[in-house]
Design a protein around this ligand. Structure first.
Ligand code: HEM
Ligand SMILES: *[C@@H]1O[C@H](CO)[C@@H](O)[C@H](O)[C@H]1NC(C)=O
Ligand SMILES: *[C@@H]1O[C@H](CO)[C@@H](O)[C@H](O)[C@H]1NC(C)=O
Ligand SMILES: *[C@@H]1O[C@H](CO)[C@@H](O)[C@H](O)[C@H]1NC(C)=O
Ligand SMILES: *[C@@H]1O[C@H](CO)[C@@H](O)[C@H](O)[C@H]1NC(C)=O
Ligand SMILES: *[C@@H]1O[C@H](CO)[C@@H](O)[C@H](O)[C@H]1NC(C)=O
Ligand SMILES: *[C@@H]1O[C@H](CO)[C@@H](O)[C@H](O)[C@H]1NC(C)=O
Length: 270
């Protein structure tokens, strides 16, 4: 083994072996059969780019802070908070790590009516599902996605699930996580000012679990703060209201402005 390792190093092959710490938005290695992956397209993407352990195991607080920081410019406190939300998936008391496979447990964090996965009742709820994603993208009606389009796809997925999945479950807590997830494409790839994101970047990311670097995306320059995530989640939440009222456009525009100015926040639980 030692000899083989030295030979590989001499041949420069070691650089092709996936390892945590080599995170690079331009360097993507697909998961091997033994690598763990889960229902989160971003955690999978981070592992595929070595911003998290490529094998999907031993994901510690420090690695989440480091990976989300380097790849997405997430504030360390925000990333740490997200680790706290996630650690419940490891059943061991006082666990210090989780695996991407543990995220697959149904109704802990993984839930029904996802944008790109089918419900656990119907099949594998953690791998990308092309027909489910086709349903979602049918509501993405322009090249630039708005909070309303993302909210429409979320609502549609919930209605489909409630209609056809007899075990459909979606609690108030699920709703808060769901709003964060539906906002996530804007957080990762879009604009905080206008709450929009390129459909092309988002579709590429979901389909390939790869950063859309070849489409021109780069890690944003500003640090992503908890308030940014709350603001975008709140924009999505506002758009899940199907009423218009008399003053349709005026009312909606006013509410959207309040959210943009930071005067209004929907509950948010990351
Ligand atoms: C500690 C960090 C994170 C953990 C543990 C985590 C975990 C999860 C889990 C368990 C799901 C599945 C929910 C479902 O059943 O649909 C999910 C979905 C999702 N996550 Fe993450 N996530 C993390 C960070 C992020 C970040 C930073 C982003 C992007 C900015 C992101 C983007 C998404 C998206 C877009 C979905 C929705 C997938 C879908 O509906 O098909 N996640 N995440
Ligand atoms: C998990 O990662 C930590 C921090 O990098 C390391 O100290 C520890 O040895 C790892 N554990 C396993 C089982 O790989
Ligand atoms: C990260 O967020 C914390 C808490 O909100 C804040 O105190 C800190 O200044 C932020 N750090 C950076 C680098 O933005
Ligand atoms: C977990 O942490 C708590 C609080 O620090 C401690 O009382 C408890 O003994 C720990 N449990 C285990 C199994 O280490
Ligand atoms: C994708 O989702 C559909 C609808 O729930 C399901 O019938 C199909 O089996 C799923 N495909 C895979 C590969 O799991
Ligand atoms: C569609 O998006 C483009 C920007 O990509 C924008 O200029 C246009 O106004 C949008 N059209 C509609 C109907 O929202
Ligand atoms: C949203 O803002 C981004 C950058 O801040 C800009 O490139 C894009 O054209 C804007 N889109 C719309 C629809 O205003």
């Amino acid at each position: 083994m030692k000899l083989a390792t030295s030979v590989m190093t001499v041949l420069g092959l070691a650089s092709a072996s996936p390892h945590y710490g080599a995170g690079d938005i331009s360097h993507w290695i697909p998961p091997s059969a033994s690598d763990y992956r889960g229902p989160c397209p971003m955690m999978n993407t981070l592992a595929n780019h070595n911003f998290l352990p490529h094998d999907g195991r031993n994901i510690t607080r420090d690695k989440v802070i480091d990976g989300l920081g380097k790849a997405l410019n997430f504030n360390a406190t925000l990333a740490s908070l997200m680790f706290d939300m996630a650690i419940v998936v490891n059943p061991e008391p006082n666990a210090t790590w989780f695996t991407l496979d543990q995220l697959n447990q149904h109704n802990i964090l993984e839930h029904d009516a996802s944008l790109s996965r089918t419900d656990a009742f119907f099949g594998n709820s953690h791998i990308f599902n092309a027909s489910i994603f086709a349903e979602t993208t049918s509501y993405w009606t322009n090249d630039t996605l708005t909070p309303a389009m993302l909210a429409n796809s979320k609502l549609a997925r919930q209605i489909t699930s409630r209609a056809f999945n007899p075990t459909y479950t979606f609690t108030a807590s699920t709703e808060q996580f769901s709003l964060g997830e539906v906002a996530a494409p804007i957080v990762a790839f879009g604009s905080f000012d206008n709450g929009t994101v390129s459909r092309e970047l988002v579709e590429y990311f979901f389909r390939h679990e790869r950063f859309p670097t070849e489409l021109g995306w780069r890690t944003r320059d500003e640090v992503v703060q908890l308030m940014d995530v709350m603001k975008i989640s709140s924009m999505i939440g506002s758009e899940t209201d199907l009423l218009t009222g008399e003053e349709s456009s005026a009312g909606k525009a006013k509410r959207a402005d309040m959210v943009r100015r930071g005067d209004l926040h929907a509950g948010f639980k990351w």
